[in-house]
Design a protein around this ligand. Sequence first.
Ligand SMILES: [Zn+2]
Ligand SMILES: [Zn+2]
Length: 294
Amino acid sequence: MAQPFKILLYYKYTQIKNPVDLMNEQRELCQKLNIKGRILISTEGINGTVAGLENDVDLYIKETEKNSELGQIEWKISYADEQVFPKLKVKVRDEIVTLGVKKTGPDVAIENKAEYIEPEELRELYDKNADFVIVDARNMYEAQIGKFKNSIIPPIDNFRDFPAFAKTLEKYKDKDVVTYCTGGVRCEKASAYLRENGFKKVRQLHGGIHVYGEKAEGKYFEGEMFVFDKRLHVPINKVNPETISHCQFCQTKITRFVDCVARTCDSLFVCCEECEAQHQSTCCDKCQQSLNLI
Ligand SMILES: [Zn+2]
Ligand SMILES: [Zn+2]
């Protein structure tokens, strides 16, 4: 059997003195090991998702952890039978994730981040029907195919809109609030933002949905988890999996994304195979008509 591809999702908030040096070092390392994906580096840390052959990725982990500024990292691992990234992008940014609240400087003080809630503990909250509010810190298009039971979904397409959405949560300032995202990187900032804005009892899901799937069998996660690579979604719930999304044309229950092919449109929408063929892989009449004009 062919060697599987190993996919890493990771982040670490830590002080990076010279992001450009680390960018060059990471790019060289990935090129040498034929690893592809996306890595963002800033003075506040590193955030990446990369994939390659298993042996190469194991070497990547070893080499990356040799960097004294990074040290140990919580790697989230999954597998696929092919490369899931088309290319390698290693970039320096002002921040590894951006809320965009402030024009200059960091949006939140990362040390204000909430305490972690472990996956097993979250599952227990559900099991005993505890009184808590669970907030998705991702975008709406990610949540439309999968989310935690009873979670509040922000109607946003960009993490920068999270602060505006947070205003609608004011009534929960004194309640137990749990935030979650894919692997945890957005929650570090979302939870710090909530705490800085008067939310008293916030906790963030340690390791995100990814680790919850491994440690708590994904119970109470409805649908699948959106991922930012060719796979687009992966199963999480091993206890009682279900499909929550519908083909936007015929309403068939399905977890399947299509990237609208119209040149001026970049919408990712849920669609079944039959409807995709019928609509020529476009999301709406307008986009379909634009194809026929060329
Ligand atoms: Zn359909
Ligand atoms: Zn479209």
